[in-house]
Design a protein around this ligand. Sequence first.
Ligand code: ZN
Ligand code: CU
Length: 481
Amino acid sequence: MADFDVVLRGGTIIDGTGAPRFDADVGIEGKRIAAIGDLSRASGRSDIDVRGRIVAPGFIDAHTHDDRYLMQSPLMPAKLSQGVTTVITGNCGISLAPWCAVPGQTVPPPLDLLGEDAEAFRYTAFGDYLDALEQAAPAVNAACLVGHTTLRVAVMDRLDRAATDAEIAAMQALLRDAMVSGACGMSTGAAYLAAMAAPTDEMARVAAALHGFGAVHASHIRDEGDRIREAIDEAVEIGKAGDAGVVISHHKLIGPKNHGRSVETLGHLAQAMRHRCVGLDCYPYQAGSTILRKDRLAVSSRVIVTRSQPHPEYAGLDLDVIAAAMGLSPEDAVDALQPAGAIYFLMDESDVRRILAFPQTMIGSDGLPHDPVPHPRLWGTFPRVLGHYSRDVGLFPLELAVHKMTGLTGRHFGLAGRGVLSEGNFADVTVFDAARIIDTATFEHPVAQATGIDCVFVNGEMAWHDGASTGVRAGTLIRRR
Ligand code: ZN
Ligand code: CU
Protein backbone atom coordinates (compact mmCIF):
# COMPACT_ATOMS: atom_id res chain seq x y z
CA MET A 1 0.00 0.00 0.00
CA ALA A 2 1.37 3.37 -1.00
CA ASP A 3 1.43 6.14 1.57
CA PHE A 4 0.60 8.92 -0.89
CA ASP A 5 -1.02 9.28 -4.28
CA VAL A 6 2.02 11.16 -5.53
CA VAL A 7 5.49 11.76 -4.14
CA LEU A 8 7.71 14.41 -5.74
CA ARG A 9 11.11 13.22 -4.64
CA GLY A 10 14.34 15.11 -4.13
CA GLY A 11 13.36 18.55 -5.37
CA THR A 12 14.09 22.02 -4.07
CA ILE A 13 11.06 23.77 -2.61
CA ILE A 14 10.31 27.43 -3.23
CA ASP A 15 7.12 27.71 -1.21
CA GLY A 16 5.63 30.95 -2.58
CA THR A 17 5.98 33.02 0.59
CA GLY A 18 9.25 34.57 -0.55
CA ALA A 19 11.20 32.45 1.97
CA PRO A 20 14.53 30.88 0.96
CA ARG A 21 14.43 27.55 -0.87
CA PHE A 22 15.04 24.22 0.87
CA ASP A 23 15.34 20.60 -0.19
CA ALA A 24 12.38 18.34 0.57
CA ASP A 25 10.03 15.72 -0.81
CA VAL A 26 6.36 16.54 -1.35
CA GLY A 27 3.55 14.07 -0.73
CA ILE A 28 0.18 14.60 -2.38
CA GLU A 29 -3.00 12.89 -1.23
CA GLY A 30 -6.16 13.53 -3.21
CA LYS A 31 -6.45 17.22 -3.98
CA ARG A 32 -4.17 18.31 -1.15
CA ILE A 33 -0.54 18.52 -0.16
CA ALA A 34 -0.26 15.95 2.62
CA ALA A 35 3.40 16.24 3.59
CA ILE A 36 6.53 18.24 2.91
CA GLY A 37 9.80 16.89 4.29
CA ASP A 38 11.91 13.75 4.24
CA LEU A 39 9.62 11.10 2.76
CA SER A 40 12.37 8.56 2.07
CA ARG A 41 10.50 5.93 4.09
CA ALA A 42 7.21 6.61 2.35
CA SER A 43 6.04 5.58 -1.08
CA GLY A 44 3.71 7.07 -3.63
CA ARG A 45 1.44 5.35 -6.11
CA SER A 46 3.18 7.68 -8.48
CA ASP A 47 6.76 8.38 -7.46
CA ILE A 48 8.40 11.15 -9.45
CA ASP A 49 12.08 12.01 -9.38
CA VAL A 50 12.42 15.80 -9.39
CA ARG A 51 16.08 16.08 -8.35
CA GLY A 52 17.66 19.26 -9.62
CA ARG A 53 14.28 20.86 -10.11
CA ILE A 54 12.37 23.63 -8.34
CA VAL A 55 9.02 22.60 -6.85
CA ALA A 56 6.79 25.66 -6.52
CA PRO A 57 3.11 26.45 -6.03
CA GLY A 58 1.22 26.53 -9.34
CA PHE A 59 1.36 30.05 -10.72
CA ILE A 60 -1.65 32.36 -10.47
CA ASP A 61 -2.23 34.62 -13.46
CA ALA A 62 -3.50 37.80 -11.77
CA HIS A 63 -4.77 39.37 -14.96
CA THR A 64 -6.46 37.46 -17.75
CA HIS A 65 -9.14 37.72 -20.38
CA ASP A 66 -9.73 33.97 -20.34
CA ASP A 67 -13.48 34.23 -19.58
CA ARG A 68 -14.41 32.45 -22.79
CA TYR A 69 -11.11 30.77 -23.61
CA LEU A 70 -11.59 28.51 -20.55
CA MET A 71 -14.68 27.04 -22.20
CA GLN A 72 -13.48 27.16 -25.78
CA SER A 73 -10.08 25.63 -25.08
CA PRO A 74 -10.48 23.85 -21.73
CA LEU A 75 -7.05 22.24 -21.86
CA MET A 76 -5.62 25.77 -21.54
CA PRO A 77 -2.24 25.06 -23.15
CA ALA A 78 -1.18 28.73 -23.23
CA LYS A 79 -1.38 28.80 -19.44
CA LEU A 80 -0.44 25.27 -18.32
CA SER A 81 2.66 25.37 -20.52
CA GLN A 82 3.87 28.28 -18.37
CA GLY A 83 3.09 26.59 -15.07
CA VAL A 84 -0.09 28.59 -14.47
CA THR A 85 -2.74 26.67 -12.51
CA THR A 86 -5.19 29.48 -11.67
CA VAL A 87 -6.44 32.43 -13.72
CA ILE A 88 -8.30 35.56 -12.64
CA THR A 89 -10.82 36.42 -15.36
CA GLY A 90 -13.01 39.44 -16.09
CA ASN A 91 -10.38 42.15 -16.00
CA CYS A 92 -10.34 45.68 -17.46
CA GLY A 93 -14.09 46.15 -16.97
CA ILE A 94 -14.70 43.31 -19.44
CA SER A 95 -16.43 40.06 -18.48
CA LEU A 96 -18.42 37.60 -20.57
CA ALA A 97 -21.37 37.91 -18.17
CA PRO A 98 -23.87 39.16 -17.19
CA TRP A 99 -25.04 40.18 -20.63
CA CYS A 100 -27.19 38.39 -23.16
CA ALA A 101 -26.63 39.79 -26.65
CA VAL A 102 -29.14 39.57 -29.45
CA PRO A 103 -27.80 37.20 -32.14
CA GLY A 104 -26.00 39.19 -34.81
CA GLN A 105 -25.65 42.24 -32.55
CA THR A 106 -22.34 44.08 -32.75
CA VAL A 107 -20.27 43.46 -29.64
CA PRO A 108 -19.17 46.90 -28.46
CA PRO A 109 -15.40 47.30 -27.97
CA PRO A 110 -13.62 46.51 -25.73
CA LEU A 111 -15.95 43.58 -24.98
CA ASP A 112 -14.86 42.19 -28.36
CA LEU A 113 -11.51 41.31 -26.75
CA LEU A 114 -13.42 38.22 -25.59
CA GLY A 115 -14.56 37.45 -29.13
CA GLU A 116 -16.38 39.35 -31.82
CA ASP A 117 -19.44 37.11 -32.11
CA ALA A 118 -22.52 38.06 -30.12
CA GLU A 119 -23.40 34.40 -29.53
CA ALA A 120 -20.62 34.15 -26.96
CA PHE A 121 -22.40 36.68 -24.74
CA ARG A 122 -25.37 34.64 -23.65
CA TYR A 123 -25.55 34.79 -19.87
CA THR A 124 -28.20 37.02 -18.35
CA ALA A 125 -27.08 36.10 -14.85
CA PHE A 126 -23.45 35.79 -13.78
CA GLY A 127 -24.32 32.56 -11.98
CA ASP A 128 -25.36 31.01 -15.31
CA TYR A 129 -21.90 31.80 -16.65
CA LEU A 130 -20.24 30.28 -13.59
CA ASP A 131 -22.35 27.13 -14.00
CA ALA A 132 -21.40 26.88 -17.69
CA LEU A 133 -17.75 27.34 -16.78
CA GLU A 134 -17.99 24.54 -14.24
CA GLN A 135 -19.65 22.33 -16.86
CA ALA A 136 -16.80 23.02 -19.29
CA ALA A 137 -14.34 21.57 -16.73
CA PRO A 138 -11.21 23.51 -17.69
CA ALA A 139 -7.74 22.24 -16.81
CA VAL A 140 -6.92 25.23 -14.59
CA ASN A 141 -8.71 26.90 -11.69
CA ALA A 142 -10.53 30.18 -12.24
CA ALA A 143 -11.71 33.04 -10.06
CA CYS A 144 -13.99 35.50 -11.84
CA LEU A 145 -14.44 39.26 -11.73
CA VAL A 146 -17.53 41.07 -13.00
CA GLY A 147 -16.78 43.83 -15.50
CA HIS A 148 -18.35 47.22 -14.88
CA THR A 149 -18.34 47.86 -18.64
CA THR A 150 -20.28 44.64 -19.19
CA LEU A 151 -22.80 45.81 -16.58
CA ARG A 152 -23.15 49.08 -18.51
CA VAL A 153 -23.70 47.23 -21.78
CA ALA A 154 -26.32 45.07 -20.05
CA VAL A 155 -28.41 47.91 -18.63
CA MET A 156 -27.79 51.03 -20.76
CA ASP A 157 -29.09 51.91 -24.22
CA ARG A 158 -26.04 54.04 -24.98
CA LEU A 159 -22.58 54.20 -23.42
CA ASP A 160 -21.55 57.79 -24.10
CA ARG A 161 -23.18 59.14 -20.95
CA ALA A 162 -23.27 58.55 -17.21
CA ALA A 163 -25.72 55.96 -15.90
CA THR A 164 -28.99 57.19 -14.39
CA ASP A 165 -30.01 56.36 -10.83
CA ALA A 166 -32.23 53.57 -12.12
CA GLU A 167 -29.41 52.13 -14.24
CA ILE A 168 -27.02 52.26 -11.30
CA ALA A 169 -29.57 50.39 -9.20
CA ALA A 170 -29.89 47.79 -11.96
CA MET A 171 -26.09 47.36 -12.15
CA GLN A 172 -25.89 47.04 -8.37
CA ALA A 173 -28.51 44.30 -8.43
CA LEU A 174 -26.63 42.38 -11.14
CA LEU A 175 -23.36 42.77 -9.27
CA ARG A 176 -24.79 41.71 -5.92
CA ASP A 177 -26.36 38.70 -7.59
CA ALA A 178 -22.99 37.84 -9.19
CA MET A 179 -21.24 38.08 -5.83
CA VAL A 180 -23.83 35.79 -4.22
CA SER A 181 -23.17 33.32 -7.07
CA GLY A 182 -19.45 33.36 -6.31
CA ALA A 183 -17.75 36.15 -8.26
CA CYS A 184 -14.56 37.45 -6.59
CA GLY A 185 -15.15 41.14 -7.24
CA MET A 186 -15.54 43.81 -9.89
CA SER A 187 -13.25 45.27 -12.50
CA THR A 188 -13.48 48.70 -14.10
CA GLY A 189 -12.04 50.08 -17.33
CA ALA A 190 -12.70 53.81 -17.62
CA ALA A 191 -9.78 54.07 -20.07
CA TYR A 192 -12.07 52.61 -22.74
CA LEU A 193 -14.69 54.56 -24.64
CA ALA A 194 -17.49 52.29 -23.40
CA ALA A 195 -16.88 53.39 -19.81
CA MET A 196 -15.14 56.72 -20.23
CA ALA A 197 -18.37 58.63 -19.68
CA ALA A 198 -18.88 56.90 -16.34
CA PRO A 199 -17.97 59.35 -13.58
CA THR A 200 -16.25 58.14 -10.42
CA ASP A 201 -19.55 58.44 -8.62
CA GLU A 202 -21.25 55.94 -10.92
CA MET A 203 -18.53 53.32 -10.44
CA ALA A 204 -18.36 53.92 -6.69
CA ARG A 205 -22.11 53.53 -6.31
CA VAL A 206 -22.08 50.29 -8.31
CA ALA A 207 -19.12 49.09 -6.21
CA ALA A 208 -21.14 49.64 -3.06
CA ALA A 209 -22.82 46.32 -3.92
CA LEU A 210 -19.52 44.61 -3.05
CA HIS A 211 -19.94 45.43 0.63
CA GLY A 212 -19.76 42.44 2.92
CA PHE A 213 -18.17 40.08 0.37
CA GLY A 214 -14.50 40.79 1.04
CA ALA A 215 -14.23 41.52 -2.67
CA VAL A 216 -11.57 42.92 -4.99
CA HIS A 217 -11.81 45.96 -7.25
CA ALA A 218 -9.36 45.55 -10.13
CA SER A 219 -8.97 48.58 -12.33
CA HIS A 220 -7.66 49.39 -15.76
CA ILE A 221 -7.36 52.97 -14.57
CA ARG A 222 -8.76 55.90 -16.50
CA ASP A 223 -5.39 57.37 -17.43
CA GLU A 224 -1.97 55.68 -17.60
CA GLY A 225 -0.33 58.86 -18.86
CA ASP A 226 -0.37 62.49 -17.75
CA ARG A 227 -3.11 62.10 -15.14
CA ILE A 228 -2.10 58.74 -13.72
CA ARG A 229 -1.99 59.85 -10.08
CA GLU A 230 -5.59 61.03 -10.17
CA ALA A 231 -6.55 57.81 -11.93
CA ILE A 232 -4.93 55.69 -9.19
CA ASP A 233 -6.79 57.72 -6.56
CA GLU A 234 -10.06 57.13 -8.38
CA ALA A 235 -9.53 53.35 -8.42
CA VAL A 236 -8.76 53.38 -4.70
CA GLU A 237 -11.85 55.47 -3.99
CA ILE A 238 -14.06 53.00 -5.89
CA GLY A 239 -12.59 50.13 -3.91
CA LYS A 240 -13.26 52.01 -0.70
CA ALA A 241 -16.90 52.45 -1.66
CA GLY A 242 -17.27 48.66 -1.76
CA ASP A 243 -14.94 48.01 1.18
CA ALA A 244 -12.89 46.04 -1.36
CA GLY A 245 -9.19 45.43 -1.87
CA VAL A 246 -7.81 47.32 -4.86
CA VAL A 247 -5.66 46.02 -7.69
CA ILE A 248 -4.16 48.46 -10.18
CA SER A 249 -4.04 46.43 -13.38
CA HIS A 250 -1.04 46.19 -15.73
CA HIS A 251 0.62 49.19 -14.14
CA LYS A 252 2.55 51.13 -16.77
CA LEU A 253 3.45 54.63 -17.93
CA ILE A 254 2.39 55.45 -21.43
CA GLY A 255 4.26 57.76 -23.76
CA PRO A 256 7.76 59.28 -23.70
CA LYS A 257 6.58 62.25 -21.68
CA ASN A 258 5.65 60.02 -18.76
CA HIS A 259 8.57 57.63 -18.92
CA GLY A 260 10.40 57.46 -15.62
CA ARG A 261 7.37 58.45 -13.59
CA SER A 262 7.07 54.99 -12.03
CA VAL A 263 9.28 56.38 -9.24
CA GLU A 264 6.43 58.73 -8.44
CA THR A 265 3.50 56.33 -9.02
CA LEU A 266 5.04 53.54 -6.93
CA GLY A 267 5.65 56.02 -4.11
CA HIS A 268 2.06 57.13 -4.44
CA LEU A 269 0.83 53.53 -4.34
CA ALA A 270 2.99 52.80 -1.29
CA GLN A 271 1.21 55.66 0.46
CA ALA A 272 -2.22 54.33 -0.52
CA MET A 273 -1.26 50.88 0.82
CA ARG A 274 -0.97 52.32 4.31
CA HIS A 275 -4.74 52.87 4.42
CA ARG A 276 -6.18 50.08 2.29
CA CYS A 277 -5.23 46.74 0.80
CA VAL A 278 -3.85 47.90 -2.56
CA GLY A 279 -1.93 45.76 -5.00
CA LEU A 280 -0.88 45.94 -8.62
CA ASP A 281 0.02 43.62 -11.45
CA CYS A 282 2.18 43.91 -14.53
CA TYR A 283 3.49 41.92 -17.47
CA PRO A 284 7.19 41.75 -18.40
CA TYR A 285 7.22 43.60 -21.73
CA GLN A 286 7.65 47.12 -23.06
CA ALA A 287 4.64 46.79 -25.36
CA GLY A 288 0.97 46.72 -24.45
CA SER A 289 -1.92 45.24 -26.41
CA THR A 290 -5.62 45.96 -26.71
CA ILE A 291 -8.15 47.08 -29.30
CA LEU A 292 -6.82 49.16 -32.19
CA ARG A 293 -7.31 52.84 -31.29
CA LYS A 294 -6.06 56.08 -32.79
CA ASP A 295 -5.15 57.76 -29.52
CA ARG A 296 -2.36 55.24 -29.02
CA LEU A 297 -0.54 56.02 -32.27
CA ALA A 298 1.12 59.25 -31.15
CA VAL A 299 2.53 57.68 -27.96
CA SER A 300 3.78 54.46 -29.58
CA SER A 301 7.09 53.90 -31.37
CA ARG A 302 5.67 50.89 -33.22
CA VAL A 303 2.19 49.39 -33.73
CA ILE A 304 1.51 45.78 -34.79
CA VAL A 305 -2.02 44.72 -35.76
CA THR A 306 -3.09 41.50 -33.97
CA ARG A 307 -6.51 41.04 -35.59
CA SER A 308 -8.83 42.75 -38.04
CA GLN A 309 -12.27 41.46 -38.82
CA PRO A 310 -12.53 42.92 -42.36
CA HIS A 311 -8.83 42.31 -43.10
CA PRO A 312 -7.66 39.14 -41.34
CA GLU A 313 -4.75 38.95 -43.80
CA TYR A 314 -3.09 41.89 -42.09
CA ALA A 315 -2.87 40.30 -38.64
CA GLY A 316 0.76 40.25 -37.53
CA LEU A 317 1.91 43.16 -39.69
CA ASP A 318 3.02 46.63 -38.64
CA LEU A 319 0.38 49.32 -39.02
CA ASP A 320 2.80 51.40 -41.13
CA VAL A 321 3.22 48.54 -43.59
CA ILE A 322 -0.55 47.99 -43.75
CA ALA A 323 -1.25 51.69 -44.24
CA ALA A 324 1.27 51.82 -47.10
CA ALA A 325 -0.27 48.74 -48.69
CA MET A 326 -3.75 50.27 -48.42
CA GLY A 327 -2.56 53.67 -49.65
CA LEU A 328 -3.93 55.28 -46.48
CA SER A 329 -2.61 57.33 -43.61
CA PRO A 330 -2.12 55.28 -40.40
CA GLU A 331 -5.18 57.04 -38.91
CA ASP A 332 -7.38 56.11 -41.87
CA ALA A 333 -5.99 52.59 -41.85
CA VAL A 334 -7.14 52.29 -38.21
CA ASP A 335 -10.69 53.09 -39.35
CA ALA A 336 -10.50 50.67 -42.28
CA LEU A 337 -9.35 47.77 -40.09
CA GLN A 338 -12.07 47.99 -37.40
CA PRO A 339 -12.98 45.98 -35.43
CA ALA A 340 -9.34 45.23 -34.74
CA GLY A 341 -6.66 44.72 -32.12
CA ALA A 342 -3.05 45.87 -31.84
CA ILE A 343 0.24 45.80 -29.96
CA TYR A 344 1.73 49.16 -28.97
CA PHE A 345 5.35 49.79 -28.04
CA LEU A 346 4.84 52.59 -25.55
CA MET A 347 6.69 51.84 -22.30
CA ASP A 348 10.20 52.44 -21.07
CA GLU A 349 12.31 49.49 -19.97
CA SER A 350 13.38 51.22 -16.76
CA ASP A 351 9.72 51.63 -15.75
CA VAL A 352 8.97 48.00 -16.61
CA ARG A 353 11.85 46.85 -14.41
CA ARG A 354 11.08 49.21 -11.54
CA ILE A 355 7.41 48.16 -11.49
CA LEU A 356 8.24 44.44 -11.79
CA ALA A 357 10.69 44.70 -8.91
CA PHE A 358 8.33 46.62 -6.61
CA PRO A 359 7.53 44.32 -3.66
CA GLN A 360 3.73 44.45 -4.05
CA THR A 361 3.68 43.83 -7.80
CA MET A 362 2.01 40.58 -8.91
CA ILE A 363 2.51 39.00 -12.31
CA GLY A 364 -0.46 39.06 -14.68
CA SER A 365 -0.18 38.13 -18.34
CA ASP A 366 -3.06 40.22 -19.74
CA GLY A 367 -2.86 37.71 -22.59
CA LEU A 368 -5.49 37.99 -25.32
CA PRO A 369 -6.32 34.42 -26.35
CA HIS A 370 -8.71 35.33 -29.19
CA ASP A 371 -6.18 37.36 -31.19
CA PRO A 372 -4.90 35.27 -34.12
CA VAL A 373 -1.44 36.88 -33.81
CA PRO A 374 -1.37 37.75 -30.12
CA HIS A 375 1.06 39.68 -27.96
CA PRO A 376 3.73 37.15 -26.82
CA ARG A 377 2.71 37.73 -23.19
CA LEU A 378 -0.09 35.19 -23.72
CA TRP A 379 2.44 32.32 -23.95
CA GLY A 380 5.53 33.82 -22.36
CA THR A 381 4.85 35.96 -19.29
CA PHE A 382 5.71 33.64 -16.39
CA PRO A 383 8.82 31.92 -17.79
CA ARG A 384 10.04 35.36 -18.93
CA VAL A 385 9.85 36.72 -15.37
CA LEU A 386 11.62 33.62 -13.98
CA GLY A 387 14.18 33.10 -16.73
CA HIS A 388 14.84 36.50 -18.23
CA TYR A 389 14.22 39.00 -15.44
CA SER A 390 15.11 36.93 -12.38
CA ARG A 391 17.90 34.62 -13.62
CA ASP A 392 19.47 36.45 -16.57
CA VAL A 393 18.95 40.12 -15.65
CA GLY A 394 19.14 39.47 -11.89
CA LEU A 395 16.29 41.85 -11.12
CA PHE A 396 15.23 39.84 -8.05
CA PRO A 397 15.93 36.41 -6.51
CA LEU A 398 13.94 33.44 -7.77
CA GLU A 399 12.12 33.20 -4.44
CA LEU A 400 10.68 36.68 -4.94
CA ALA A 401 9.85 36.02 -8.58
CA VAL A 402 7.84 32.97 -7.52
CA HIS A 403 6.17 34.90 -4.68
CA LYS A 404 4.93 37.51 -7.17
CA MET A 405 3.10 34.81 -9.12
CA THR A 406 1.87 32.68 -6.21
CA GLY A 407 1.60 33.67 -2.53
CA LEU A 408 1.22 37.39 -3.13
CA THR A 409 -1.51 36.89 -5.71
CA GLY A 410 -3.38 34.29 -3.68
CA ARG A 411 -3.47 36.72 -0.78
CA HIS A 412 -4.66 39.73 -2.80
CA PHE A 413 -7.46 37.79 -4.47
CA GLY A 414 -8.41 35.86 -1.33
CA LEU A 415 -7.77 32.42 -2.87
CA ALA A 416 -7.93 30.23 0.22
CA GLY A 417 -5.50 27.31 0.24
CA ARG A 418 -3.68 28.38 -2.92
CA GLY A 419 -0.46 30.19 -3.70
CA VAL A 420 1.69 28.64 -0.97
CA LEU A 421 3.14 25.14 -0.78
CA SER A 422 2.23 23.95 2.67
CA GLU A 423 0.60 20.91 4.19
CA GLY A 424 -3.18 21.04 3.83
CA ASN A 425 -3.18 23.43 0.90
CA PHE A 426 -4.43 22.44 -2.53
CA ALA A 427 -1.87 20.53 -4.56
CA ASP A 428 -1.43 23.06 -7.35
CA VAL A 429 2.25 22.48 -8.07
CA THR A 430 4.66 23.52 -10.82
CA VAL A 431 7.98 21.74 -11.25
CA PHE A 432 10.57 23.59 -13.33
CA ASP A 433 14.23 23.76 -14.19
CA ALA A 434 15.62 27.07 -12.92
CA ALA A 435 18.60 26.85 -15.25
CA ARG A 436 16.57 26.28 -18.40
CA ILE A 437 13.27 28.06 -17.92
CA ILE A 438 12.66 30.73 -20.55
CA ASP A 439 9.94 32.17 -22.77
CA THR A 440 10.24 31.52 -26.49
CA ALA A 441 7.25 33.52 -27.75
CA THR A 442 8.35 36.66 -29.63
CA PHE A 443 6.56 39.51 -31.36
CA GLU A 444 7.41 37.79 -34.66
CA HIS A 445 6.39 34.28 -33.53
CA PRO A 446 4.07 34.81 -30.57
CA VAL A 447 2.48 31.38 -30.30
CA ALA A 448 5.32 29.33 -28.87
CA GLN A 449 5.58 27.16 -25.79
CA ALA A 450 8.06 28.13 -23.10
CA THR A 451 10.83 25.69 -22.17
CA GLY A 452 11.85 24.46 -18.74
CA ILE A 453 8.47 23.51 -17.24
CA ASP A 454 8.66 19.81 -16.31
CA CYS A 455 5.23 19.10 -14.93
CA VAL A 456 2.21 20.87 -13.53
CA PHE A 457 -0.33 19.54 -11.03
CA VAL A 458 -3.78 21.02 -10.61
CA ASN A 459 -5.69 19.92 -7.51
CA GLY A 460 -3.40 16.91 -7.14
CA GLU A 461 -3.63 15.71 -10.73
CA MET A 462 -0.92 15.97 -13.35
CA ALA A 463 -2.25 18.24 -16.06
CA TRP A 464 0.95 18.99 -17.97
CA HIS A 465 4.02 16.82 -18.47
CA ASP A 466 7.05 16.96 -20.77
CA GLY A 467 5.77 19.80 -22.90
CA ALA A 468 2.26 18.49 -23.46
CA SER A 469 -1.13 18.34 -21.87
CA THR A 470 -2.02 15.06 -20.16
CA GLY A 471 -5.66 15.61 -21.05
CA VAL A 472 -6.57 15.89 -17.37
CA ARG A 473 -9.00 18.72 -16.60
CA ALA A 474 -9.00 19.04 -12.84
CA GLY A 475 -9.51 22.78 -12.46
CA THR A 476 -11.95 24.17 -9.92
CA LEU A 477 -14.15 27.20 -10.20
CA ILE A 478 -13.19 29.17 -7.12
CA ARG A 479 -16.43 30.65 -5.82
CA ARG A 480 -16.13 33.40 -3.28
CA ARG A 481 -19.02 33.79 -0.94
ZN1 ZN B 1 -6.59 46.57 -19.34
CU1 CU C 1 -6.54 43.48 -19.47
